[in-house]
Write a protein that binds this ligand. Structure first.
Ligand SMILES: O=C(O)CCC(=O)C(=O)O
Length: 344
């Protein structure tokens, strides 16, 4: 019902379509890993890389029907507080619409709940490195050799629940396998204009960055929005600290993994053990010192991989060498992965 009086209490918010800029796109054939590091990862610049995962069986096989038929009523974690039988979840995904969006799966870590499909993602995405999570030298709470590899599935209008940036100063690589997904990003420096939640500063209070409520969130108008539509084979690189939000435009299936590198080591340390100002106590200081030393060691190991890949390969001590690139990383499904629950 429309209201035009000043005393209307259920007045619909006045939403404005956001102005946005496209995100750069490049074909995987034209982007070596070294160029990816140099042009995008190190400067913290987002990019969409097309034709990733061409050899994955997932690209040919993964459809809503595939999961429904193969996994039937297997319980799947959908959100923090929601688990659904896979077949029922897929029915709701198919029924989802812009007016009545269904659930969006974002808590299903593949090594934990669906290891059967891991062979469908071989060979590993070459851009989903470096992965310091793979080093057993990492504090155990972050040992996650797969980089938190997870499945993201939703139907029309469903979305990742909150615009956010990833914790632990991690980058993310999200690869679309089936369907189309709208992806919205903001640079870290625009964070204050995105109304971070006081209790979760990496989460925005903005409910819909595409159709903006500028009465409630006036600062949004001054933030620069970047946007793209991911299609099968498109991987979006989300640099550490970049805010992002995603919404399925059709039934959408994708996988997401996180990368951790040396450049953001201080960010991770501060995220975990505070700063000298926020946590001056001896225990926190000792933990920060340990992290500094570990950072230097991992830098050295990673340099070895880059400068002497042959030697690094010979030495392959994947047990404690954090993989710098897919070239020296064993396929995760062929080795034992010790998993930790993500902390956020
Ligand atoms: O649904 C998406 O594509 C976004 C996923 C994401 O941001 C996350 O898992 O942290």
């Amino acid at each position: 019902m429309a209201h035009d009086g000043p005393f209307a209490t259920d007045m619909a918010p006045c939403r404005v379509a956001a102005v946005w800029q496209p995100i750069e796109k490049i074909d995987a054939d034209d982007l070596s890993y070294e160029h990816f590091l140099e042009k995008y990862m190190r400067p913290g610049r987002p990019v969409v890389i097309s034709n990733v995962g061409r050899q994955w069986a997932a690209m040919r096989q993964w459809t809503p029907a595939y999961f429904q038929q193969r996994f039937g009523s297997k319980p799947m974690p959908i959100a923090y507080d929601e688990t659904l039988p896979f077949d029922e979840f897929i029915d709701r995904v198919i029924a989802s619409s812009a007016d009545a969006p269904g659930p969006y799966m974002h808590r299903s870590f593949l090594h934990e709940v669906l290891p059967e499909v891991l062979p469908d993602l071989i060979p590993q995405n070459p851009y989903a490195f470096p992965r310091r999570y793979a080093s057993p030298l990492m504090p155990t709470r972050w040992q996650r050799p797969d980089g938190y590899l997870k499945l993201l599935v939703g139907g029309v209008g469903s979305k990742f629940p909150v615009m956010h940036y990833d914790g632990e100063a991690a980058h993310a690589a999200i690869t679309e396998i089936y369907g189309d997904k709208e992806f919205i990003m903001y640079a870290p420096e625009d964070g204050p204009k995105l109304y971070p939640k006081p209790e979760r500063p990496n989460q925005s209070s903005v409910d819909d960055p595409a159709m903006q409520d500028l009465v409630r969130f006036p600062l949004l108008a001054a933030a620069v929005q970047y946007r793209t539509v991911l299609k099968p084979g498109d991987m979006i690189f989300v640099p550490a600290g970049w805010w992002h939000a995603a919404r399925a435009l059709s039934v959408s299936i994708s996988v997401c993994t996180n990368m951790l590198d040396g450049m953001h080591w201080n960010g991770l340390t501060a995220d975990a053990y505070g700063t000298p100002d926020s946590h001056p106590d001896m225990k926190s200081r000792l933990k920060r010192s340990w992290m500094r030393g570990l950072g230097v060691l991992l830098d050295t190991l990673e340099r070895l991989q880059v400068e002497k890949p042959g030697l690094a390969h010979k030495l392959v001590f994947p047990e404690w060498l954090a993989p710098m690139s897919a070239a020296v990383a064993p396929e995760p499904s062929r080795r034992q992965i010790h998993l930790r629950r993500p902390t956020d």
